[in-house]
Design a protein around this ligand. Structure first.
Ligand code: ASP
Length: 344
């Protein structure tokens, strides 16, 4: 294929193959290789909900930093899986978001975290649900994907596995702000009603990426929704709901009311629309509208197609998001917002 692009005849191809390429042909080959490299893309989100003004600046700053971290991985030739893991780790470490440090509390005042990661090249996936005391659940999910024969581990089993592979216990995930908000909040039901329309804290995080070899990946991580029942698992770690990645179409990471997202398998629904020829943004919009009409759920999604078309859509009041493609950083928080910055 490379030889065809360069217009190199058969004899020269043979010469190239046995490593005796003339310098001109080698130059041409590297140019062709360069042309075949995909333009990398990373998109991240920091949760779709009614983000209060007090958290707006920190949320936007957090997603911009995470997008740059993921982009740096891609620029250094890292894989889409490496990039989404890196970006999500940044967001998990940032207490402004409901994932890792800063996670919301369940009805008993405890942290229970969910996460998924998926490789669009092989459809390999790993997830963890209801894990406690793990600072970066996305990395534990990746270890489930790469080091076990399973797709998902929960609670005690996930902790045992984390210990076995040397992931340290984190005892400092609960922030003062969350403890206060939890004391003020009433019930999960009231929370959900208002969460996605008014101001109740929860900020799932996620990333999707396309690497230079044309592989896509997704990752999503969350503390879930405040006051959830002990053991409640939302959409985030469920394949096809909180995320999905397939090189044949693209990658998606979702956020919003988990029970609604689960009912419409939002991530897979978006990719289904893309498989039918819709653009990333039309597919995300149609699927979010469907979720609204069918189960009255609000949420958001970030999407990248295997050809580099990307989108960040939401039906909640706000969603912090950022993307980076060809050194242009896009970001926003309010509906229809799309700020751009050129990176050097
Ligand atoms: N989808 C998450 C859940 O229901 C919450 C969120 O996205 O904010 O657990």
């Amino acid at each position: 294929m490379l030889a065809e692009i360069c217009g190199i005849d058969f004899k020269k191809q043979m010469v190239l193959r046995i490593g005796l390429a003339a310098s001109e042909d080698t130059f041409c080959l590297s140019q062709a290789r360069e042309r075949l490299r995909m333009k990398t893309v990373i998109v991240v989100h920091g949760g779709a909900w009614a983000i209060p003004d007090m958290l707006a600046e920190a949320s936007v700053a957090g997603v911009k930093t995470a997008a740059r971290a993921g982009d740096a991985v891609l620029k250094n030739g890292g894989s889409a899986v490496d990039a989404v893991e890196k970006a999500v780790r940044y967001l998990e470490d940032d207490p402004a978001f409901d994932a890792g440090h800063g996670a919301v509390l369940n009805i008993n005042g405890e942290v229970e975290l969910d996460s998924i990661i998926m490789d669009g090249k092989t459809l390999a996936t790993g997830a963890v649900a209801s894990v406690r005391n793990i600072a970066n659940p996305v990395s534990l999910a990746r270890a489930v994907m790469q080091k076990t024969d399973h797709v998902m581990l929960t609670d005690r089993g996930a902790s045992m596995f984390a210990e076995r592979i040397g992931i340290p216990v984190a005892d400092d995930l609960v922030t003062e702000l969350e403890r206060k908000d939890w004391e003020l909040s009433n019930s999960y039901k009231d929370g959900v009603k208002t969460l996605f329309n008014t101001q109740w804290g929860h900020d799932t995080v996620g990333a999707v990426a396309l690497d230079s070899l044309g592989n896509v990946a997704c990752a999503t991580s969350t503390g879930g929704i405040r006051n959830k029942m002990v053991g409640r698992v939302g959409d985030t770690p469920i394949i096809g709901s909180g995320g999905y990645a397939d090189n044949r179409s693209g990658a998606v990471s979702c956020t919003g009311h988990g029970e609604s997202i689960l009912k419409v398998t939002l991530a897979r629904l978006i990719l289904f629309h893309m498989e039918q020829g819709k653009s990333a943004t039309v597919a995300a919009d149609a699927s979010l509208q469907y979720m609204g009409e069918r189960v009255k759920g609000c949420g958001g999604a970030i999407v990248v197609s295997s050809s580099g078309d990307w989108a960040a859509n939401f039906t909640t009041e706000r969603m912090a998001w950022a993307s980076l493609k060809e050194n242009v950083l896009h970001y926003g928080l309010n509906p229809k917002e799309d700020f751009t910055e050129m990176l050097k």
